[in-house]
Write a new protein. Structure first.
Length: 250
């Protein structure tokens, strides 16, 4: 897997300056209203945050490692998770608490964001109350030949630790799916702490669709290199099952 990832990444970065340009965006406008800050309470006066994306009225997508309580070395309880849609400098469009979490049992936080752990680094968070905003759709499974192409016009938006009060986005990223039974999306959108859990969006004819969730990037201060995302194929079945159940039992 490591060799395949590095080859794909080298191809993406060849002949480019490395990272796609990053800019501040207005979270009051769709699709950015569907993207929010995921605040996780880890104790009295202590919290951490990532980025998450609304994919149904009561369902959000993020990275599994965002739900690990680092100070207490355990998984957080759902009631400690807050999804704040369209957050901007203390203001937000909508807010909801979590009621339950689904993540792969194969994901082991002790392994961190090592490559063998990455394909399982996703989580689906059910919300205790619906958010009355337009969600982002998940991409349906692509044909094998279509899935392996280098994809362009990829967009990513989220909240990085260095500018945590503002949503920033990158446009015109490129991504490619690796080979193997547990593929990853190797891409050139930057991954800074806080941006974990951001959705990668494929924009076609002006319409964004979620194609993956950001889980890792190169070390801070190191050379430009690839970032990694879990493709929607890893969690599409689970998301459909949850959404179907939520529709049947509102």
């Amino acid at each position: 897997m490591t060799r395949v990832c590095l080859v794909a990444a080298a191809s993406l970065f060849a002949g480019t300056a490395g990272w796609a340009e990053e800019m501040t965006v207005d979270p009051a406008h769709w699709p950015f209203t569907a993207i929010g800050k995921l605040n996780v309470v880890t104790g009295p006066g202590s919290r951490q945050f990532c980025t998450a994306t609304l994919i149904g009225p009561r369902l959000v997508l993020t990275a599994a490692h965002c739900l690990w309580d680092r100070p207490r070395q355990r998984w957080v309880e759902p009631e400690a998770i807050h999804f704040v849609a369209g957050y901007d400098q203390g203001h937000y469009v909508a807010h909801a608490l979590a009621s339950s979490v689904r993540k792969p049992p194969e994901y082991v936080y002790a392994y961190g964001t090592s490559r063998p752990n990455m394909p399982n680094d996703w989580a689906l968070i059910e919300l205790a109350s619906p958010i009355p905003l337009r969600p982002l759709a998940l991409e349906h499974l692509a044909a094998p030949g279509e899935a392996r192409r280098t994809r362009i016009d990829i967009q990513r938006a989220g909240y990085r630790r260095t500018t945590s009060q503002l949503m920033s986005a990158q446009n015109k990223c490129a991504a490619r799916l690796t080979d193997g039974p547990s593929p990853l999306l190797v891409h050139d959108c930057r991954a800074i702490p806080g941006e974990s859990g951001s959705a990668l969006l494929q924009v076609e004819d002006g319409q964004p669709t979620v194609i993956g969730v950001l889980v890792a990037g190169p070390r801070a201060g190191g050379p430009a290199g690839p970032s990694f995302a879990v493709p929607t194929s890893a969690f599409l079945g689970a998301a459909r099952e949850i959404l179907g159940r939520q529709i049947a039992t509102p």
